[in-house]
Design a protein. Structure first.
Length: 213
């Protein structure tokens, strides 16, 4: 079998585009690399994927409407709010937002979704194809206990489960590094501490300087 993510993504029109722009041979070679003993590749989350997902505080979720229009939504929360339940399942508590329910409505008709996860600071991104199931929070309290983040202010309306169909790590070359407040603090915290010590030392030296009056 082929690399599972590429197998899903490689429609006839995608293959035609590769032919036109000269990447068909490259794609075939990539398939050959991932083709080992007829094992489907990149359909079960491993350690690297689980660690990456657990470190995210947001991701982009794409669905498709009944009229064929794509819709992309950002889902955010505390770091780790997207839970890895097992190597083939993700879950999260869905908080009340602007109440348009576009994604919720889309997936009632078509359960296929795509997740896009970014680590701008380290120029990494992970893409996931999956199938989604939405559960009212009141209907499954046990699942809610597993997915709800303690001490996070937000009204949980739904619980979301995503069965992973395939994933792929994307090329990092055009990712512009950006940093969250927490990531900046790791770098700037020691600089602030050093500046504070220098100010104290400067004040001490000023006090010890002889007066020329």
């Amino acid at each position: 079998m082929r690399h599972r993510y590429l197998e899903i993504a490689s429609t006839p029109s995608v293959s035609a585009a590769r032919e036109r722009y000269g990447s068909a041979l490259r794609s075939a070679r990539a398939d050959a690399v991932h083709h080992q003993d007829d094992v489907v590749r990149n359909h079960r989350l491993g350690g690297a994927e689980k660690e990456f997902i657990a470190a995210r505080d947001g991701f982009y979720l794409a669905s498709v409407s009944e009229t064929g229009w794509p819709y992309v939504q950002f889902r955010g929360g505390p770091t780790g709010f997207l839970r890895v339940i097992d190597s083939g399942t993700l879950g999260y508590a869905d908080f009340r937002g602007n109440r348009q329910y576009i994604t919720t409505g889309n997936v009632l008709e078509n359960d296929r979704v795509s997740l896009f996860m970014m680590d701008y600071a380290h120029q990494q991104r992970l893409k996931i194809f999956g199938r989604i199931r939405v559960v009212d929070a009141a209907d499954d309290p046990a699942l809610g206990e597993r997915l709800v983040m303690p001490r996070y202010a937000g009204r949980v309306e739904r619980l979301v489960l995503i069965t992973v169909e395939a994933f792929d790590w994307n090329c990092p070359q055009h990712i512009t590094p950006r940093f969250t407040e927490a990531e900046l603090e790791v770098v700037l915290g020691p600089v602030r501490d050093e500046m504070a010590l220098l100010r104290l030392e400067n004040e001490r030296l000023r006090r010890e300087m002889p007066s020329w009056e």
